[in-house]
Design a protein around this ligand. Structure first.
Ligand code: ATP
Ligand code: MG
Length: 393
């Protein structure tokens, strides 16, 4: 008998012919993610992945489960027991062992047995197995157990695959698609609440992400930068790692401030951010940009402003939060554990340079006119690209 993590994946089960690509990627990711947590044998098993620890004393079950719960592509994680030999006797042995443990933990309770038979060569039907195991458990542990088929306190799961499995608890996974199965995009990551959530949502769909942060020292402090790196680290728990590009934006920002009409500052700044981000994206083989914008949230995110910002992009810009209210965004930020970091009070470049009365209905031609008057814009962009600091988290 071996302890085992049963890993359930959702959507990729419907990927048809390409299914094995997704399964293999998930297998690789799980192996990589578990590496630092102990020695595991991770294998595919008819619609599931299973991770078998080599030495149960060397792992912390909760930490491993948590890591798996935060791996994209996984919809559920169960910790149970397994036997290689496929027979009713094996299932009985596992079921009794597992239920005895539960009796020690919780005393008396109601239960029901449910069986999944992936290996149809096993002669008994699922219902027959469930009935036989239920009966057997009542014989053995009858003083503690009562059957309740409608609303059991414990649902004992039996799975018959390349081995037999028994478990009774399934923890929810992050869902989505295995990381790295859907191209690459570049996230404009500020220190705020929104952009980390936006990045998480796109990464969840299997998209590999890089990040760009625009830093304006000395107006924005080292601590503001550290906060962004910390946010990237939180995202990296899900992605396995993120490359953060820190762009020095001071010269560009102060030049815009000196040379452009004050109500246009934010929108011009946003457009130049797009321009720099897409050049970085090109260097990294990244096909799209991601921002945390949401319609109407601030002046630079009115419909008019978004259209003018978007015109600076030469590729798709994903804005997964576009229709979300702030409280909905905060709920996700809390769930993925970025919220507490995002609300740390360090200044960001947009809030320092923000005008009192920003334009809410900018016109592209006026904005372009102002931009064309900026001295040495191209040189400034090139020099900001040359001095990019790369932090791998
Ligand atoms: P966030 O909470 O993500 O900071 P926000 O509500 O503060 O968003 P804005 O400051 O208007 O909104 O920024 C809109 C988007 O532009 C951000 O979600 C982010 O994608 C990008 N952005 C803004 N400032 C920066 C920055 N300094 N570095 C990188 N990206 C930025
Ligand atoms: Mg912001």
């Amino acid at each position: 008998m071996k302890n085992v993590f049963l890993i359930k994946y959702g959507e990729l089960a419907i990927k048809g012919k390409n299914r094995y690509v997704f399964e293999n990627r998930l297998l690789e990711t799980v192996r990589k993610n578990l590496k630092s947590l102990g020695e595991f044998k991770v294998q595919k098993e008819q619609g599931r992945l299973v991770a078998i620890p080599s030495d149960d004393n060397e792992i912390d079950v909760e930490t491993v489960a948590e890591k798996l719960q935060r791996t994209f592509g996984i919809i559920g994680v169960s910790y149970g027991i397994r036997k290689e030999e496929i027979s009713l006797e094996s299932i009985k042995e596992l079921a009794l062992y597992h239920m005895k443990e539960l009796c020690d933990e919780r005393g008396s309770f109601t239960f029901k047995v449910e069986t999944k038979r992936a290996d149809k060569r096993f002669p008994m039907k699922s219902m027959e197995v469930s009935a036989a195991i239920g009966e057997f458990l009542l014989e053995e542990l009858g003083e503690n157990l009562t059957v309740n088929v409608r609303k059991p306190e414990v649902l004992l799961m039996v799975e018959i695959r390349n081995g037999v499995y028994v478990y009774s608890k399934t923890l929810p996974g992050a869902g989505g698609m295995p990381y790295g199965t859907n191209g690459k995009a570049t996230l404009l990551l500020s220190g705020g609440i929104d952009s980390p959530v936006a990045g998480w949502m796109i990464a969840k769909r299997g998209v590999e992400i890089d990040a760009v942060y625009f830093h304006s020292p000395p107006y924005t402090s080292e601590r503001a930068k550290d906060k962004v790196v910390e946010l990237a680290r939180k995202l990296a728990i899900y992605t396995g790692g993120i490359k953060v590009h820190v762009v020095n934006f001071t010269e560009i920002q102060t030049t815009i401030q000196k040379q452009c009409p004050i109500n246009q500052l934010t929108i011009i700044m946003r457009r130049i951010m797009m321009e720099i981000a897409q050049r970085i994206a090109d260097k990294n083989g990244s096909q799209a940009l991601i921002t945390g914008e949401s319609i109407g949230q601030v002046a630079s995110q009115t419909m008019h402003s978004l259209v003018v910002t978007d015109a600076a992009a030469n590729r798709p810009v994903f804005r997964p939060l576009i229709g979300f209210d702030k409280y909905e965004i905060i709920k996700i930020a809390e769930k993925i554990d970025t919220f507490e970091t995002s609300i740390l009070p360090y200044e960001d470049c947009c809030t320092i340079f923000v005008p009192d009365h920003p334009e809410t209905k900018p016109k592209l031609e006026y904005i372009e006119k102002s931009e064309s008057k900026l001295t040495n814009l191209e040189e400034m962009i090139l020099s900001s690209l040359e001095s990019v600091e790369i932090i791998n988290v």
